[in-house]
Write a protein of this length. Structure first.
Length: 89
């Protein structure tokens, strides 16, 4: 996987008519090389399966995690080693 910082736009609040958007930064992860068989949906599922589920979104070939919603950085980092990821064949 390749991991990079992406600029994203998110809509604060809830409901059908958000009042505006906020620029934020996100961790993005996707295939390190084109056509490697890496599936962003599988990566998203692995993050959801962590003891404290991490919910992001899939956009194209990348898994996107908006850091604006991250409450406990240390807990997030500590459980990264628990990710169950299989290398592409």
């Amino acid at each position: 996987y390749a991991v990079w910082i992406a600029t994203v736009s998110s809509q604060p609040g809830s409901g059908a008519l958000p009042a505006g958007s906020l620029e934020s930064r996100a961790l993005a992860a996707g295939p390190a090389q084109a056509h490697t068989g890496v599936d962003a949906r599988a990566l998203a599922a692995a993050f959801r399966a962590l003891p404290v589920p991490v919910i992001g979104r899939v956009h194209g070939d990348a898994f996107i995690l908006d850091l604006r919603g991250l409450e406990d950085e240390e807990a997030f980092i500590a459980q990264l080693r628990l990710l169950n990821l299989e290398a592409p064949a």
